[in-house]
Ligand binder design. Structure first.
Ligand SMILES: [Ca+2]
Ligand SMILES: [Ca+2]
Ligand SMILES: [Ca+2]
Ligand SMILES: [Ca+2]
Length: 242
């Protein structure tokens, strides 16, 4: 049974495997990082706390492709009191808006996106929004009229460093849209493997990539050896299956 590392002795191969095991143990035992909040926006202090139709944010968000309304906090359009200000994703120009966040520079790590959505609270329509984070995450959500604010939490995995914006793209042309509040974007414990790694030998490329970001000092000397070791294991498994 030949493989590409067939010329190496069993003893050498055992050493390579040991190196991988050692590195994995080191990687998993590193002291944990505190979670870092990258964005935590409840909209309550926008516009001095007052409602504003077709609102133009300054700072965290820009609105394009239509408009959104800033409503609530005891104002004329406070359909769900007790939530301070929040956003009606279909503003007052008969063209629902697209909210795009500032740009986040993301290192290889696990992140979490959280936000609250509620139904339009005004007519019987089901309203929808497309939510995305760069090319890392994309999902559509639809809610019924009377759905209360519901917290949605999604993991975002970054395998290689990138930059991304969070986008909430509303649908509709009747000035009555989904309600959005409490957007939170958090960087989680970077010492843990990014989701998708270590799940199977087929993800070895991702695994090595993850190590590179958290144990950068070992890369010049050991990453190549670890890659060879993981490759050997995978090759051996493949051979057994053939
Ligand atoms: Ca709020
Ligand atoms: Ca509106
Ligand atoms: Ca639009
Ligand atoms: Ca609508």
């Amino acid at each position: 049974m030949k493989n590409s590392l067939g010329s190496l002795s069993s003893f050498t191969l055992l050493g390579l495997v040991f190196a991988v095991v050692f590195m994995t143990g080191y990687y998993l035992s590193q002291s944990s990082y505190a979670a870092t909040v990258l964005l935590d926006d409840n909209f309550n202090s926008e516009n001095g706390g007052a409602e504003a139709l077709n609102y133009a944010f300054v700072g965290n968000w820009a609105v394009s492709d239509g408009t959104v309304d800033l409503i609530g906090n005891g104002g004329t359009f406070d359909f769900l009191p007790g939530n301070g200000l929040y956003v009606d994703l279909d503003g007052s120009t008969n063209n629902a808006g697209k909210m795009t966040s500032k740009t986040f520079d993301l290192e290889s790590c696990n992140y979490e996106l959280q936000f609250d959505l509620a139904g339009n609270q005004r007519n019987g329509a089901i309203e929808s929004v497309d939510v995305s984070v760069g090319s890392l995450f994309s999902e559509s959500f639809s809610l019924n009229e009377n759905d209360p604010f519901t917290t949605i939490t999604r993991p975002i995995s970054v395998v290689s460093p990138t930059s991304a914006q969070i986008i909430f793209a509303g649908f509709g042309v009747d000035n009555i849209g989904l309600l959005l509040d409490d957007v939170k974007f958090t960087k989680l414990d970077c010492s843990k493997p990014v989701a998708g790694e270590l799940l199977s030998l087929d993800t070895s490329a991702l695994f090595v990539s993850g190590i590179s970001s958290s144990a950068i000092w070992m890369v010049p000397t050991l990453a190549g050896i670890a890659g060879a070791g993981v490759y050997y294991i995978r090759t051996r498994v493949n051979n057994k299956e053939n």
